[in-house]
Design a protein around this ligand. Structure first.
Ligand code: 13P
Ligand code: SF4
Length: 317
Protein backbone atom coordinates (compact mmCIF):
# COMPACT_ATOMS: atom_id res chain seq x y z
CA UNK A 1 0.00 0.00 0.00
CA UNK A 2 1.45 3.40 -0.90
CA UNK A 3 1.94 5.47 2.20
CA UNK A 4 2.32 9.21 1.84
CA UNK A 5 4.00 9.44 5.26
CA UNK A 6 7.03 7.82 3.71
CA UNK A 7 7.17 10.18 0.70
CA UNK A 8 10.41 12.05 0.37
CA UNK A 9 9.67 15.37 1.99
CA UNK A 10 11.41 17.88 4.24
CA UNK A 11 8.19 18.10 6.24
CA UNK A 12 7.57 15.71 9.13
CA UNK A 13 3.84 15.31 8.52
CA UNK A 14 3.21 13.35 11.70
CA UNK A 15 4.87 15.96 13.93
CA UNK A 16 3.24 18.89 12.11
CA UNK A 17 -0.24 17.35 12.14
CA UNK A 18 0.10 16.58 15.86
CA UNK A 19 1.24 20.16 16.54
CA UNK A 20 -1.60 21.73 14.53
CA UNK A 21 -4.21 19.39 16.01
CA UNK A 22 -3.42 20.85 19.46
CA UNK A 23 -3.12 24.45 18.29
CA UNK A 24 -6.41 24.34 16.35
CA UNK A 25 -8.30 22.26 18.94
CA UNK A 26 -9.05 19.84 16.13
CA UNK A 27 -10.22 16.23 16.07
CA UNK A 28 -9.16 13.98 13.19
CA UNK A 29 -11.85 11.49 12.17
CA UNK A 30 -10.87 8.81 9.66
CA UNK A 31 -12.68 6.04 7.80
CA UNK A 32 -11.26 2.51 7.64
CA UNK A 33 -10.62 2.90 3.89
CA UNK A 34 -8.01 5.60 4.44
CA UNK A 35 -4.34 4.78 3.95
CA UNK A 36 -2.56 3.28 6.97
CA UNK A 37 -0.67 6.44 8.05
CA UNK A 38 -3.91 8.47 8.14
CA UNK A 39 -5.66 5.82 10.23
CA UNK A 40 -2.68 5.78 12.59
CA UNK A 41 -2.74 9.52 13.23
CA UNK A 42 -6.52 9.86 13.59
CA UNK A 43 -8.22 10.41 16.96
CA UNK A 44 -10.98 8.08 15.89
CA UNK A 45 -11.26 5.54 13.04
CA UNK A 46 -14.64 4.06 12.28
CA UNK A 47 -17.48 3.17 9.95
CA UNK A 48 -20.05 5.71 8.74
CA UNK A 49 -22.27 5.28 11.79
CA UNK A 50 -19.41 5.58 14.29
CA UNK A 51 -18.03 8.61 12.48
CA UNK A 52 -21.45 10.34 12.55
CA UNK A 53 -21.74 9.70 16.27
CA UNK A 54 -18.27 11.09 16.88
CA UNK A 55 -19.01 14.16 14.78
CA UNK A 56 -22.19 14.80 16.77
CA UNK A 57 -20.45 14.38 20.14
CA UNK A 58 -17.08 16.11 19.71
CA UNK A 59 -16.26 19.29 21.59
CA UNK A 60 -13.32 20.11 19.29
CA UNK A 61 -13.58 23.36 17.34
CA UNK A 62 -12.44 21.84 14.04
CA UNK A 63 -13.33 18.45 12.56
CA UNK A 64 -10.68 17.24 10.11
CA UNK A 65 -12.49 14.58 8.13
CA UNK A 66 -10.30 11.97 6.49
CA UNK A 67 -12.97 10.25 4.46
CA UNK A 68 -15.21 11.17 1.55
CA UNK A 69 -17.40 14.22 0.95
CA UNK A 70 -20.74 12.80 2.12
CA UNK A 71 -19.16 11.82 5.45
CA UNK A 72 -17.73 15.29 6.04
CA UNK A 73 -21.06 16.82 4.99
CA UNK A 74 -22.90 14.63 7.52
CA UNK A 75 -20.47 15.87 10.18
CA UNK A 76 -21.25 19.49 9.21
CA UNK A 77 -25.01 18.84 9.29
CA UNK A 78 -24.68 17.42 12.81
CA UNK A 79 -22.20 20.02 14.06
CA UNK A 80 -22.94 23.29 12.22
CA UNK A 81 -20.90 25.42 14.62
CA UNK A 82 -17.71 23.48 14.00
CA UNK A 83 -15.41 24.06 11.10
CA UNK A 84 -15.27 20.86 8.99
CA UNK A 85 -12.39 20.38 6.57
CA UNK A 86 -11.69 17.59 4.08
CA UNK A 87 -8.20 16.98 2.64
CA UNK A 88 -9.47 16.68 -0.96
CA UNK A 89 -12.82 18.09 -2.09
CA UNK A 90 -12.84 15.67 -5.04
CA UNK A 91 -13.18 12.74 -2.62
CA UNK A 92 -16.71 11.82 -3.73
CA UNK A 93 -18.60 8.52 -3.90
CA UNK A 94 -20.22 6.73 -6.85
CA UNK A 95 -23.33 6.08 -4.76
CA UNK A 96 -23.81 9.73 -3.78
CA UNK A 97 -23.35 10.71 -7.44
CA UNK A 98 -25.93 8.13 -8.52
CA UNK A 99 -28.79 9.88 -6.73
CA UNK A 100 -29.22 13.57 -7.64
CA UNK A 101 -31.91 15.24 -5.51
CA UNK A 102 -33.97 16.45 -8.49
CA UNK A 103 -34.19 12.91 -9.91
CA UNK A 104 -35.11 11.59 -6.46
CA UNK A 105 -37.93 14.18 -6.22
CA UNK A 106 -39.36 13.01 -9.56
CA UNK A 107 -39.00 9.35 -8.55
CA UNK A 108 -40.80 9.98 -5.23
CA UNK A 109 -43.71 11.54 -7.08
CA UNK A 110 -44.41 8.12 -8.64
CA UNK A 111 -44.61 6.54 -5.17
CA UNK A 112 -46.64 9.01 -3.09
CA UNK A 113 -47.39 6.55 -0.28
CA UNK A 114 -43.76 5.46 0.21
CA UNK A 115 -41.19 6.79 2.65
CA UNK A 116 -37.54 7.13 1.62
CA UNK A 117 -34.90 5.17 3.49
CA UNK A 118 -31.68 6.81 2.36
CA UNK A 119 -28.23 5.26 2.68
CA UNK A 120 -25.81 7.72 4.30
CA UNK A 121 -23.71 7.51 1.09
CA UNK A 122 -25.72 10.37 -0.42
CA UNK A 123 -25.56 14.15 -0.79
CA UNK A 124 -27.05 16.56 1.75
CA UNK A 125 -29.65 17.52 -0.89
CA UNK A 126 -30.72 13.87 -1.30
CA UNK A 127 -30.83 13.43 2.48
CA UNK A 128 -33.08 16.51 2.67
CA UNK A 129 -35.59 14.65 0.45
CA UNK A 130 -35.57 11.57 2.70
CA UNK A 131 -37.34 10.29 5.81
CA UNK A 132 -34.71 8.19 7.58
CA UNK A 133 -30.99 7.81 6.95
CA UNK A 134 -29.36 4.40 7.42
CA UNK A 135 -25.82 3.06 7.31
CA UNK A 136 -24.72 -0.48 6.57
CA UNK A 137 -24.38 -0.97 10.35
CA UNK A 138 -27.98 -0.12 11.27
CA UNK A 139 -30.09 -0.57 8.11
CA UNK A 140 -31.60 -3.91 9.15
CA UNK A 141 -32.30 -2.72 12.68
CA UNK A 142 -34.07 0.41 11.44
CA UNK A 143 -36.05 -1.41 8.74
CA UNK A 144 -37.23 -3.92 11.36
CA UNK A 145 -38.72 -1.05 13.45
CA UNK A 146 -40.94 0.29 10.64
CA UNK A 147 -44.64 -0.69 10.57
CA UNK A 148 -45.21 -3.82 8.46
CA UNK A 149 -47.55 -2.01 6.04
CA UNK A 150 -45.20 0.95 5.48
CA UNK A 151 -44.14 1.14 1.84
CA UNK A 152 -40.50 2.04 1.31
CA UNK A 153 -38.15 3.40 -1.35
CA UNK A 154 -34.53 2.49 -0.61
CA UNK A 155 -31.82 4.64 -2.21
CA UNK A 156 -29.24 4.80 -3.63
CA UNK A 157 -27.52 1.38 -3.21
CA UNK A 158 -29.55 -1.36 -4.87
CA UNK A 159 -27.23 -4.09 -3.52
CA UNK A 160 -27.47 -3.02 0.13
CA UNK A 161 -31.23 -2.45 -0.38
CA UNK A 162 -31.76 -5.94 -1.85
CA UNK A 163 -29.69 -7.51 0.93
CA UNK A 164 -31.61 -5.91 3.82
CA UNK A 165 -34.95 -6.48 2.05
CA UNK A 166 -34.07 -10.17 1.91
CA UNK A 167 -32.83 -10.28 5.52
CA UNK A 168 -35.96 -8.54 6.85
CA UNK A 169 -38.26 -10.27 4.32
CA UNK A 170 -39.67 -6.93 3.19
CA UNK A 171 -39.88 -5.83 -0.40
CA UNK A 172 -38.71 -2.28 -1.11
CA UNK A 173 -38.55 -0.14 -4.25
CA UNK A 174 -34.83 0.09 -5.02
CA UNK A 175 -32.98 3.03 -6.56
CA UNK A 176 -30.51 1.66 -9.13
CA UNK A 177 -27.18 2.94 -7.68
CA UNK A 178 -24.07 0.84 -7.00
CA UNK A 179 -20.69 1.27 -5.33
CA UNK A 180 -18.17 1.13 -8.14
CA UNK A 181 -15.62 -0.58 -5.85
CA UNK A 182 -17.78 -3.35 -4.40
CA UNK A 183 -19.14 -4.41 -7.81
CA UNK A 184 -15.58 -5.18 -8.96
CA UNK A 185 -15.18 -8.32 -6.84
CA UNK A 186 -15.25 -11.59 -8.76
CA UNK A 187 -17.18 -14.58 -7.39
CA UNK A 188 -15.12 -16.91 -9.57
CA UNK A 189 -11.81 -15.53 -8.27
CA UNK A 190 -13.06 -15.56 -4.67
CA UNK A 191 -14.02 -19.23 -5.01
CA UNK A 192 -10.62 -19.99 -6.56
CA UNK A 193 -8.92 -18.32 -3.59
CA UNK A 194 -11.13 -20.29 -1.22
CA UNK A 195 -9.87 -23.51 -2.87
CA UNK A 196 -6.31 -22.47 -2.01
CA UNK A 197 -7.35 -21.54 1.55
CA UNK A 198 -10.19 -23.96 2.36
CA UNK A 199 -10.33 -22.90 6.02
CA UNK A 200 -10.64 -19.19 5.24
CA UNK A 201 -13.92 -17.46 6.09
CA UNK A 202 -15.32 -15.22 3.38
CA UNK A 203 -16.46 -11.90 4.86
CA UNK A 204 -18.15 -9.22 2.77
CA UNK A 205 -19.59 -5.70 2.89
CA UNK A 206 -23.30 -5.54 1.95
CA UNK A 207 -22.55 -3.18 -0.96
CA UNK A 208 -21.36 -6.31 -2.86
CA UNK A 209 -23.59 -7.97 -5.44
CA UNK A 210 -25.92 -10.77 -4.29
CA UNK A 211 -23.92 -13.59 -5.92
CA UNK A 212 -20.98 -12.61 -3.69
CA UNK A 213 -23.04 -12.13 -0.55
CA UNK A 214 -24.50 -15.61 -1.18
CA UNK A 215 -21.05 -17.23 -0.73
CA UNK A 216 -20.05 -15.06 2.26
CA UNK A 217 -19.85 -16.58 5.73
CA UNK A 218 -20.45 -13.15 7.29
CA UNK A 219 -21.81 -9.84 5.94
CA UNK A 220 -21.46 -6.50 7.71
CA UNK A 221 -20.31 -2.91 7.84
CA UNK A 222 -16.58 -2.23 8.12
CA UNK A 223 -16.82 -2.09 11.93
CA UNK A 224 -18.85 -5.32 12.01
CA UNK A 225 -16.28 -7.06 9.78
CA UNK A 226 -13.46 -6.00 12.12
CA UNK A 227 -15.38 -7.17 15.16
CA UNK A 228 -16.10 -10.47 13.43
CA UNK A 229 -12.45 -11.30 12.69
CA UNK A 230 -11.63 -10.55 16.33
CA UNK A 231 -14.42 -12.68 17.76
CA UNK A 232 -14.39 -15.61 15.33
CA UNK A 233 -11.86 -18.35 16.09
CA UNK A 234 -10.92 -18.76 12.38
CA UNK A 235 -7.38 -17.66 11.51
CA UNK A 236 -7.79 -16.94 7.78
CA UNK A 237 -10.23 -14.51 6.16
CA UNK A 238 -10.95 -13.50 2.57
CA UNK A 239 -11.98 -9.84 2.91
CA UNK A 240 -14.48 -8.67 0.27
CA UNK A 241 -14.38 -4.94 0.76
CA UNK A 242 -11.91 -2.07 0.31
CA UNK A 243 -8.60 -3.40 1.65
CA UNK A 244 -7.92 -0.33 3.84
CA UNK A 245 -9.94 -2.14 6.50
CA UNK A 246 -7.25 -4.84 6.78
CA UNK A 247 -4.94 -2.39 8.57
CA UNK A 248 -7.16 -2.39 11.69
CA UNK A 249 -7.78 -6.16 11.38
CA UNK A 250 -4.02 -6.81 11.44
CA UNK A 251 -3.58 -4.48 14.42
CA UNK A 252 -6.23 -6.29 16.42
CA UNK A 253 -5.32 -9.81 15.23
CA UNK A 254 -1.62 -9.81 14.34
CA UNK A 255 -1.37 -13.61 14.07
CA UNK A 256 -4.33 -14.03 11.68
CA UNK A 257 -4.13 -14.01 7.87
CA UNK A 258 -6.20 -11.56 5.80
CA UNK A 259 -6.48 -12.05 2.05
CA UNK A 260 -7.66 -9.15 -0.12
CA UNK A 261 -10.81 -9.97 -2.08
CA UNK A 262 -9.87 -10.54 -5.74
CA UNK A 263 -11.48 -8.43 -8.46
CA UNK A 264 -12.51 -9.25 -12.00
CA UNK A 265 -9.30 -8.61 -13.95
CA UNK A 266 -11.38 -7.96 -17.07
CA UNK A 267 -13.43 -5.33 -15.24
CA UNK A 268 -13.42 -1.65 -16.08
CA UNK A 269 -11.46 -0.66 -12.98
CA UNK A 270 -9.86 -4.02 -11.97
CA UNK A 271 -8.89 -2.60 -8.59
CA UNK A 272 -10.37 -3.04 -5.13
CA UNK A 273 -9.29 0.36 -3.78
CA UNK A 274 -11.73 3.27 -3.60
CA UNK A 275 -10.30 5.95 -5.88
CA UNK A 276 -12.17 8.63 -3.89
CA UNK A 277 -11.04 7.56 -0.43
CA UNK A 278 -7.48 7.24 -1.68
CA UNK A 279 -7.35 10.86 -2.86
CA UNK A 280 -6.61 11.78 0.74
CA UNK A 281 -2.90 11.60 1.62
CA UNK A 282 -0.83 12.64 4.62
CA UNK A 283 0.42 15.60 2.60
CA UNK A 284 -3.14 16.76 1.86
CA UNK A 285 -4.15 16.15 5.47
CA UNK A 286 -1.25 18.37 6.57
CA UNK A 287 -2.09 21.03 3.97
CA UNK A 288 -5.79 21.19 4.80
CA UNK A 289 -4.96 21.73 8.48
CA UNK A 290 -2.33 24.33 7.62
CA UNK A 291 -4.66 26.25 5.27
CA UNK A 292 -7.96 25.61 7.05
CA UNK A 293 -9.47 24.47 3.75
CA UNK A 294 -11.13 22.96 1.77
CA UNK A 295 -14.01 23.69 4.12
CA UNK A 296 -17.36 21.90 3.94
CA UNK A 297 -20.42 24.14 3.89
CA UNK A 298 -24.11 23.21 3.66
CA UNK A 299 -26.84 25.81 2.98
CA UNK A 300 -28.85 26.21 6.21
CA UNK A 301 -32.26 25.30 4.67
CA UNK A 302 -30.85 22.04 3.29
CA UNK A 303 -28.94 21.35 6.50
CA UNK A 304 -32.09 21.65 8.60
CA UNK A 305 -34.05 19.35 6.26
CA UNK A 306 -31.20 16.81 6.12
CA UNK A 307 -30.71 16.90 9.89
CA UNK A 308 -34.18 15.47 10.66
CA UNK A 309 -33.67 12.06 8.94
CA UNK A 310 -30.12 11.83 10.33
CA UNK A 311 -31.38 12.47 13.87
CA UNK A 312 -34.08 9.86 13.30
CA UNK A 313 -31.35 7.39 12.38
CA UNK A 314 -29.37 8.18 15.53
CA UNK A 315 -32.49 7.73 17.66
CA UNK A 316 -33.39 4.39 16.04
CA UNK A 317 -29.93 2.78 16.00
P1 13P B 1 -19.19 1.57 6.34
O1 13P B 1 -20.21 2.48 6.90
O2 13P B 1 -19.48 0.12 6.48
O3 13P B 1 -17.82 1.89 6.88
O4 13P B 1 -19.13 1.78 4.76
C1 13P B 1 -18.91 3.01 4.16
C2 13P B 1 -18.63 2.88 2.73
O5 13P B 1 -18.47 3.84 2.03
C3 13P B 1 -18.55 1.53 2.20
O6 13P B 1 -18.14 1.55 0.89
FE1 SF4 C 1 -18.46 5.26 -2.16
FE2 SF4 C 1 -17.83 2.75 -2.76
FE3 SF4 C 1 -15.89 4.48 -2.20
FE4 SF4 C 1 -17.53 3.61 -0.25
S1 SF4 C 1 -16.07 2.39 -1.44
S2 SF4 C 1 -16.91 5.72 -0.62
S3 SF4 C 1 -19.46 3.42 -1.38
S4 SF4 C 1 -17.31 4.58 -3.96
Amino acid sequence: MSDSATQDSAIDYVAEINRMRKEMNAVILAHYYQEDAIQDIADYVGDSLGLSRQAAATDAEVIVFAGVHFMAETAKILSPDKKVILPDLEAGCSLAEACPADELREFKADYPDHIVLMYVNSSAEAKAESDIIVTSANAEKILAQLPADQKIIFAPDKNLGAYIAQQCKRPMVLWPGVCEVHVQFSRQEVLALKEQYPNARIIAHPECEDHLLAIADFVGSTTALIRHVEENPATEFIVITEPGVIHEMKKRCPTKTFLEGPVDEQGECACNKCRYMRLNTMEKLYLCMKNGEPEITVPEDIRLRALKPIEKMLEMS
